[in-house]
Unconditional design. Structure first.
Length: 214
């Protein structure tokens, strides 16, 4: 029987839905996985805060912040779709996705876009129509994106799906399986909630294609 620390015990009447963790019921076995839940012999590509399982046709991109030169997101191109992932530190007993989801919707609304909340394979997700700046003389267009999130033990993993995975059910299933296969490495160092768990260039990229700076 697992013993819960006193800090983990919360009166349900004092625990609003906005603080509850949001994750699939089978997350601990089907993913996204915590490092201690993952098979240690699988040939993951180690990117610091996340590990990616190589598969044929998968291409990795590292998204670099221009000023600090730090890796701020991992881009995955697969099956006609793109998946951007970011791992964040989170509290042990409460989740971040409910609050972050509302902030994403507000931000997209300020950009002139629209969002629709729906129930997806990972729980609540946002389907967004985001304006895209057009060239001179061209009509303004928009693109569709799906914002997904999973609260794990002491971490939160955010994903943004675009391309075929945002509109095609078959492609969506493939990119969702890729998201499920991600392992989050929170580490033991204290971190404030919402801080990005450090990401880095892999030392020996294998199988997933050479990572490139994005």
């Amino acid at each position: 029987m697992r013993r819960h620390p006193v800090s983990d015990i919360v009166d349900p009447e004092e625990f609003p839905e906005s603080l509850a963790k949001s994750a699939p019921e089978d997350r601990e076995t089907e993913g996204p996985l915590d490092e201690i839940e993952a098979n240690p012999v699988r040939p993951y590509v180690d990117l610091g805060g996340v590990k990616i399982l190589p598969r044929e046709g998968l291409h990795l991109r590292l998204e670099i912040e221009e000023g600090s030169k730090r890796v701020v997101a991992i881009g995955l191109d697969y099956a006609g779709s793109t998946l951007q992932v970011q791992p964040f530190a989170a509290p042990r007993s409460s989740g971040l996705w409910h609050e972050i989801r509302d902030q994403i919707a507000d931000q997209i609304g300020r950009q002139g876009g629209t969002t629709t909340l729906r129930e997806g394979p990972f729980g609540p997700e946002l389907v967004a129509e985001i304006p895209v700046a057009a060239g001179s003389g061209a009509e303004e267009s928009s693109r569709l994106a799906r914002f997904i999130g999973v609260d794990g033990p002491r971490w939160f993993l955010r994903g943004v799906i675009a391309g075929e995975g945002a509109v095609n059910p078959e492609a969506a299933a493939q990119i969702e399986d890729l998201f499920r296969s991600i392992v989050v490495v929170r580490g033991s160092a204290p971190m404030p909630p919402r801080d990005l768990i450090p990401l880095r260039m892999p030392s020996t990229p294998t199988g997933a294609g050479e990572p490139t700076d994005g």
